[in-house]
Design a protein around this ligand. Structure first.
Ligand SMILES: O=C[C@H](O)[C@H](O)[C@H](O)COP(=O)(O)O
Length: 225
């Protein structure tokens, strides 16, 4: 079993009967959705909301009952991956292109549990290019403003060379900062740029991180500890 699978399947142990569960996106979250699906098929009763079209499709294939976001009240637990996790459990997310729905679901969740291999744990955020979701209108100008923040911005393309379009019909700009000294301030400054919809910094949103190591060990990190 690889470390992504180990962390993701462990997190599913926290899901209890009757919960409203947020389903993350990405190659690690996929393992959590599959495991949760197995538990549903064995009789676990939950409802879920997905953070991407892709995760929703997989959840339905696994017979997990999906609720439209408009009908979701409080979400009990969201299980999601991350591109970087710092010691305060601040995160970079959006490498898979789903940051906006992920952030909305996280904001509605009592508990956000991050699942990752230990390669995602960093002392300081920013080596991973920070994804920023921007509207298509005047995106060239928005990209210039992002560059003025001290990064090298790259408009994300698909493997076939088309501009990548998010589930919300926007573009993603990957901002190469190398390091982000003050993530909370950077979060505000980026979102102040007209044309920016949101950025991949998740500040103070994760309550727990389930981190798996190649040795097979699992470490549980908690925010504020
Ligand atoms: O947009 C995608 C999400 O934020 C993912 O959770 C993140 O990119 C981590 O993905 P993966 O588990 O594939 O490394």
């Amino acid at each position: 079993m690889n470390i992504k699978q180990l962390a993701a399947e462990k997190a599913v142990d926290w899901v209890e009967d009757g919960m409203m569960v947020g389903l993350g996106t990405g190659s690690t979250a996929v393992y959590a959705i599959r495991k949760l699906g197995e538990r549903v098929q064995q009789g676990l009763h939950i409802k879920a909301v997905a953070t991407s079209v892709e995760s929703e499709k997989l959840a339905k294939e696994m017979s997990i009952p999906i609720i439209p976001f408009a009908e979701v009240g409080q979400i009990d637990l969201t299980i999601d991956g991350a591109d970087e996790v710092d010691p305060d459990l601040n995160l970079i997310k959006g490498g898979g292109g789903a940051l906006l729905r992920e952030k909305i679901v996280a904001a509605r969740s009592r508990q956000v549990m991050i699942v990752a291999g230990d390669n995602k744990v960093v002392k300081r955020l920013g080596a991973f290019p920070l994804p920023v979701e921007v509207v298509t209108f005047a995106h060239e100008w928005t990209i210039e403003k992002l560059a003025s923040m001290g990064c090298t911005p790259v408009l994300r393309k698909t493997e076939s060379g088309e501009v990548f379009v998010t589930d919300n019909g926007n573009y993603t700009v990957d901002c190469h900062f190398k390091e982000i000294l003050n993530p909370a301030r950077m979060h505000r400054q980026l979102n102040d740029i007209p044309g920016v919809v949101d950025n991949g910094l998740f500040i103070g949103m994760a309550s727990t991180a389930v981190i798996a190591y190649n040795s097979g060990t699992i470490e549980i990190l908690r925010a504020g500890k």
